[in-house]
Design a protein around this ligand. Structure first.
Ligand SMILES: [Zn+2]
Length: 191
């Protein structure tokens, strides 16, 4: 599905974006966004499941030095599924990523960058976790997903003055994540 994109719109900080989103109308164009607010064509806050009692630790944005890319490892699931799984099944404060990039290229905000969700053991305090929906050991990421990933990485680097390197989960753990078909594509985003 093709979407119009506002490439030069600065969406950071996300917390402010979510606040602004709260003042915008619900999008009638995006059926999967029913009941949620849409900040712009690329970023959406789906009001994902989160704990009412627990919250992730926070950090300074200056602590961040990397982006770690993941895949969902399953087909057919979306941000709302991951959030429900992390909160209801795993008992976590919220979805364990900062951002989800869906098959159609929509980026769903999971946490503000100040939050420290648990996506890569030993690296959470210093990294931004981005997951792409799909299982890229078996399928290919969509062109829309790769385009959004590129734009998101650019946005993050524009927002944070320090160098931000891009890695795959498998650089830090014994896992195939983010999949054989996505991992080599991350080279184009290296500093
Ligand atoms: Zn992973």
């Amino acid at each position: 599905m093709a979407k119009k994109r506002k490439k030069d719109q600065n969406i950071f900080p996300w917390a402010a974006g979510i606040f602004v989103a709260g003042m915008l109308l619900f999008s009638p164009k995006r059926s999967q966004a029913r009941g949620s607010v849409v900040y712009d064509d690329r970023y959406s806050d789906f009001s994902l499941a989160r704990s009412t009692t627990a919250s992730y630790a926070t950090r300074l944005l200056s602590d961040i030095d990397k982006i770690i890319v993941h895949h969902a490892g399953v087909e057919g699931q979306t941000a709302e599924d991951y959030a429900r799984y992390h909160v209801n099944t795993k008992g976590r404060p919220g979805i364990s990523y900062h951002l989800v990039i869906e098959k159609d290229g929509l980026a769903v905000i999971g946490n503000p960058l100040e939050n420290v969700p648990w996506h890569t053991s030993g690296e959470n305090e210093r990294s931004i976790g981005i997951v792409l929906s799909g299982n890229f050991d078996e399928t290919q990421p969509t062109p829309a997903q790769l385009r959004t990933l590129e734009l998101v990485i650019r946005d993050i680097r524009n927002q944070l003055p320090q160098p931000i390197e891009v890695y795959g989960h498998q650089d830090f753990a014994a896992t195939s994540c983010p999949g054989d078909n996505l991992y080599p594509l991350l080279n184009q985003f290296k500093l």
